[in-house]
Design a protein around this ligand. Structure first.
Ligand code: ZN
Ligand code: ZN
Length: 390
């Protein structure tokens, strides 16, 4: 059952959500959004800390004497997408759009904060973590580097993302790896430039690059254990400017996805060795730059069971999927989960017509999901930090 008082806040949450949707801001530029979050939290009686990870906000709500603390996290940033929707709350900012539902995530956490501040039916400390810049530019890491978990100690941390196509009132929770880690790479190949008609006078980095791109496809099939899931994609090859010139250099770039740091490291090492070895075989040289952008997102088994039990209490065990498929996309809440055990859950954004994918110009967060998500956060706190005698 959804928390009754939160259901009553549904209309108010809808207004907040649509206001945020209409005023999207990109990563680390969430000025209006963080102002709005901070002033709402303050109006609920929550202690507000700002400027953590640039535009990040943390709200502290204490009750009772317990030293225990939990963290609840929402993301606030929008995407550089031109919104195609024409409804009243469409984006007012050209080329920017809440196309991933972070407007909804922020609102659900605000709703939980309002309810918990009113009812105070827990013993301990809740940290409401409003993170900037989730979309690939390191907001979670920026907050951690600013001392997030040292300043606001949490025994566990929880996050949530909407999932289009999953019916309203459904949740999905996995133990262990849930979303892939992501790395980017560049390989710079250096040969010897020559006239296009006199290849014997040079070393062709274009040909070398083609061989490297082919050879890299053996990493997943021959180096990674078959039971692991991984992707190596060469997505760019650049080299040369003229029809009749063998260039001096060429560059290959691409992305790697995997579900454990060990697999990521293994792929990074093999990628560099193969690139350098293949290049050397042709008399050329190669230099590899391999950069982790997202860590794999790994849910703690115990916390996943706990989160699933809260979802089951809200919507019934039949509406909680415990074995959803692995997701090849990445999410930087993974960096928080690498610091503190916790769990990330998916919440249904609705199916049927209009169940538009995230990052699509026609996407919109489903307001009907707000009471479910806010209830999840609220009940999680009440159960986790249950007052004595409850
Ligand atoms: Zn996104
Ligand atoms: Zn997102």
């Amino acid at each position: 059952m959804i928390v009754k008082r939160i259901e009553e806040l549904g209309h108010e949450m809808r207004e907040w959500r649509r206001d945020i949707h209409a005023h999207p801001e990109l990563g680390f530029e969430e000025q209006r959004t963080s102002d709005l979050v901070a002033s709402r939290l303050a109006s609920f009686g929550v202690e507000v800390h700002r400027g953590i990870g640039k535009t990040g906000v943390v709200g502290i709500l204490k009750n009772g004497n317990s030293k225990r603390g939990v963290g609840l996290r929402a993301d606030m940033d929008a995407l550089p997408i031109q919104e195609a929707n024409t409804f009243e709350h469409r984006s007012r900012h050209d080329g920017k759009m809440h196309a991933c539902g972070h407007d909804g995530h922020t609102t659900m956490l605000l709703g939980a904060a309002k309810y918990l501040a009113e009812t105070r039916n827990f013993d301990g400390t809740v940290h409401f973590i409003f993170q900037p810049a989730e979309e690939g530019i390191g907001g979670a890491k920026a907050m951690i580097d600013d001392g997030l978990f040292k300043r606001f100690p949490c025994e566990a941390v929880f996050g949530m993302h909407n999932r289009p196509g999953m019916p309203l009132g459904k949740f999905a929770v996995r133990s262990g790896p849930m979303m892939a880690g992501g790395a980017f790479f560049d390989i710079d190949v250096t040969g010897v430039g020559a006239h296009g008609a006199r290849p014997e006078a040079g070393i062709d980095p274009v040909l070398v690059s083609a061989h490297i791109a082919t050879a890299l496809q053996s990493i997943v099939s021959r180096n990674v254990r078959p039971v692991e899931t991984a992707v190596v994609s060469v997505t760019q090859i650049h080299g040369g400017d003229a029809y009749n010139v063998i260039p001096q250099t060429a560059r290959l770039s691409g992305t790697v996805r995997a579900f454990s740091n060990d697999t990521m490291t293994l792929i990074g090492k093999n990628l560099a060795r193969i690139a350098e070895g293949v290049a050397a075989g042709f008399g050329a040289s190669a230099k590899t730059d391999f950069r982790m952008i997202f860590a794999p997102l790994v849910n703690d088994a115990k916390e996943a069971d706990f989160a699933a039990s809260i979802c089951a209490e809200l919507v019934g065990a039949d509406s909680v999927r415990r074995d959803p498929a692995l997701i090849m996309a990445s999410e930087d809440f993974s960096y928080m989960l690498a610091e503190v055990p916790g769990c990330y859950v998916n919440i249904g954004n609705g199916d049927g017509t209009g169940a538009c994918e995230v990052h699509n110009p026609a996407y919109d967060f489903n307001d009907a999901a707000l009471p479910y998500g806010a209830s999840f956060f609220a009940r999680l706190v009440e159960k986790r930090l249950s007052t004595p005698g409850q």
